[in-house]
Design a protein around this ligand. Structure first.
Ligand SMILES: Cc1cc2nc3c(=O)[nH]c(=O)nc-3n(C[C@H](O)[C@H](O)[C@H](O)COP(=O)(O)O)c2cc1C
Length: 190
């Protein structure tokens, strides 16, 4: 990985607590965060977490709105190890899948793909339509990793916070990071 700097995009799907947890874990690991929040992401952060993007951005390396199309992450020469979009709405998934980069989050994801860097999408909708599934298949073929925030039980979660932490740990481990407290599956006791 190029350095310990990651672009974090937040779009307007349900799951804003996943974004808050992602930023928390990255800061805990000493990874610099470049935060991009779409207008939809701003709405879900307010609705689901009661916070503004600027509050989440405290302690991040940089914060950008979707309009800042000329900012660092819009260029391939911006040195980041990759990008995570958490959560990724179906609109954002569609935009990335067809290279329609009309905001900074979409452009940064487009750049991440063209530079062959790791792109992880916590794509969230329920249920998925054929359009959603097709776009996610296309993105997978292009090298992105689709990590839908689905429930897991093998780690014996006690509360929704455990579920949130687990899926974020799993997503961040895809960047060769070692999130603290990640309960990996180590096989069943026989
Ligand atoms: C509270 C709330 C929850 C939403 N949840 C989802 C969702 O889970 N998945 C999704 O694809 N869109 C969801 N949407 C719709 C998106 O926010 C909308 O399509 C928006 O245009 C996405 O734009 P963005 O990807 O640029 O943020 C939700 C909207 C609101 C207000």
């Amino acid at each position: 990985m190029e350095n310990r700097r990651l672009i974090v995009g937040i779009s307007g799907a349900s799951g804003a607590p996943l974004a808050v947890e992602t930023v928390r874990q990255l800061r805990e690991m000493g990874v610099a965060v470049d935060l991009i929040v779409t207008r939809g992401g701003e709405m879900t952060l307010r609705e689901e977490c009661g916070i503004r993007p600027q509050e989440l951005a405290k302690g991040c390396e940089a914060f950008y709105t979707q309009e800042e199309i000329g900012a660092g992450p819009a260029s391939g020469s911006f040195a980041a190890m990759g990008m995570i979009v958490v959560p990724a709405s179906m609109k954002t998934v569609a935009g990335i899948a067809c290279g329609y980069s009309d905001n900074l989050l979409l452009r940064a994801a487009d750049v991440t793909l063209k530079e062959r860097r790791r792109l992880v999408l916590l794509a969230r909708e329920c249920p998925f339509s054929a359009i959603h599934l097709r776009n996610m298949l296309e993105l997978t073929k292009m090298g992105a990793v689709i990590v839908p925030p689905v429930m897991s039980f093998y780690n014996h979660p006690q509360c929704i916070g455990d579920m949130t932490r687990h899926i974020v740990c799993k997503a961040l481990s895809l960047f060769d990071l070692e999130p603290q407290g990640y309960k990996r599956w180590e096989g069943m006791e026989t």
